[in-house]
Design a protein. Structure first.
Length: 118
């Protein structure tokens, strides 16, 4: 036997290993697709983030009746099947209040609970 040939055979990936990685990738993509956050999920996150920013707890009725629908109406969602990108007007920017809606805060959302500010 040729020793060079034996080394090449050992370096090749085993078909079972490739198949298992492919199955794992398909399962991961399926879970990401099923748990892609919607506007409702983002609104809940935004309300919690607002409460953390203010440093005080808002009354539950105020949150449900006023703030959550406001966030839903202002948020824009770009759906990329396995994740979503949400945009909100940057309310800390004073130009937003005089009609400049180009100042946006963007968030990456995955698994319905993870939102990362971009």
């Amino acid at each position: 036997m040729d020793p060079y040939f034996d080394q090449q055979v050992e370096r090749r990936a085993k078909p079972a290993r490739i198949r298992n990685l492919f199955i794992l990738l398909v399962i991961l993509l399926g879970v990401l697709t099923l748990l892609n956050p919607a506007i409702e999920d983002f609104a809940e996150y935004a309300v919690d983030d607002l409460q953390d920013t203010l440093g005080a707890s808002l009354p539950g009725a105020l949150t449900q009746a006023m703030i959550k629908p406001l966030v839903k109406s202002l948020a824009d969602r770009d759906n990329y099947i396995i994740f979503s990108v949400f945009s909100l007007p940057d309310i800390q920017d004073s130009s937003t209040f005089i009609g400049d809606m180009s100042a946006k805060k963007r968030y990456l959302g995955v698994f319905k609970i993870f939102f990362i500010e971009l």
